[in-house]
Design a binder for this molecule. Structure first.
Ligand SMILES: Nc1ncnc2c1ncn2[C@@H]1O[C@H](COP(=O)(O)OP(=O)(O)O)[C@@H](O)[C@H]1O
Ligand SMILES: [Mg+2]
Length: 295
């Protein structure tokens, strides 16, 4: 395995269903994508554009029909299925829109599950579970079963479970899709913290433009192709800029000039859109710092 700053590299990835049959369906259409270690990226695109298919490939739940996936520097084709499932369990955490918790067992037990598969001893499991419950603010709900928890609480438990074996990568497929905006905000803050404080590589699929703009890089998928990549417009608001970050309402004028916003409340000026070649961009060198941020 070679040392690399790249966590994920997809080269010319194609995914076809019903391959060779009359109803063959090509869902991914030559995807090239690099995600660096510690990066927080979002994937956006219409329903059916192939987002979940990419996620399943990134999470080695599924293999591509064609193309190469280097995970942390290694071509996954060099791994057996058994090795891949081990790597998945240790290196990758998943969060889904519908939580996918196991019913009739406690939140604590759900969080412990990946550690059981990884043969972590009971004492270490208990300590780690306490830590994870605390991380997501759910210590007082440890004994509750999923059906005794709200959507947001379920998702917090699901995030704790995803982080059980301290994976380097967190993959989240519409994690706030079933939550109200306030609860979604809470979940997003946990992702920010995992990225910023714990150095996790986070890939977030979302329908929320607002949340996507908070990530380092927004990748737009259409019909199985990446059609655009650019920095998230509000990423800098969360990093390096916290002391001066202010609400969007305060951006009505920049240096005294009126600024236009689209229906989502974002500046209509698209000059900060970048071509794919501009990536990867460094966190500290980010030019997404809003001009309107005032001391
Ligand atoms: N297991 C499957 N078998 C056949 N077709 C599939 C399968 N999974 C997804 N598809 C098709 O692939 C396309 C992309 O699906 P998906 O990746 O789930 O899109 P998204 O997550 O962007 O909504 C859709 O047309 C979908 O019907
Ligand atoms: Mg999907």
């Amino acid at each position: 395995m070679t040392a690399t700053t790249e966590m994920i590299r997809l080269e010319k990835i194609y995914k076809r269903y019903y391959e060779g049959k009359q109803n063959e369906l090509q869902v991914l259409n030559g995807i090239d994508l690099v995600v660096r270690k510690g990066e927080f990226v979002s994937i956006v695109g219409e329903s059916g554009s192939g987002k979940s298919t990419i996620m399943n490939i990134l999470g080695v739940l599924d293999r591509p029909s064609e193309g190469t996936y280097y995970l942390d520097g290694t071509d996954i084709d060099t791994y057996s299925d058994k090795e891949l499932s081990r790597i998945r369990g240790l290196k990758i955490g998943f969060v889904f829109q519908t939580f996918n918790l196991i019913g009739r067992i406690s939140a604590r037990r759900n969080i412990e599950m990946p550690m059981l598969y990884a043969h972590v001893n009971s004492k270490d499991r208990a300590l780690r579970t306490d830590e994870l419950l605390d991380m997501v603010g759910m210590t007082d709900r440890a004994k509750h079963q999923p059906n005794e928890l709200s959507g947001g609480q379920k998702q917090r438990i699901a995030i704790a479970r995803a982080m059980a074996n301290d994976p380097a990568i967190l993959l989240a497929d519409e994690p706030t899709g079933a939550l109200d905006s306030k609860t979604g905000r809470l979940v997003m803050d946990i992702f920010h913290e995992l990225h910023e404080k714990r150095g996790k590589t986070v890939v977030l699929i979302t329908h929320s433009k607002e949340l996507a703009e908070e990530t380092q890089r927004v990748i737009t998928l259409s019909d199985g192709e990446i059609i655009k990549e650019r920095p998230g417009r509000n990423y800098a608001k969360y990093y390096g800029n916290k002391q001066t970050a202010v609400d969007t309402d305060d951006y009505d004028t920049i240096d005294g000039e009126a600024v236009d916003y689209d229906e989502d409340g974002f500046e209509t000026d698209d000059s900060d859109d970048y071509e794919i070649e501009d990536f990867p961009r460094s966190k500290s060198g980010s030019s997404t710092t809003r001009r309107g941020v005032r001391a």
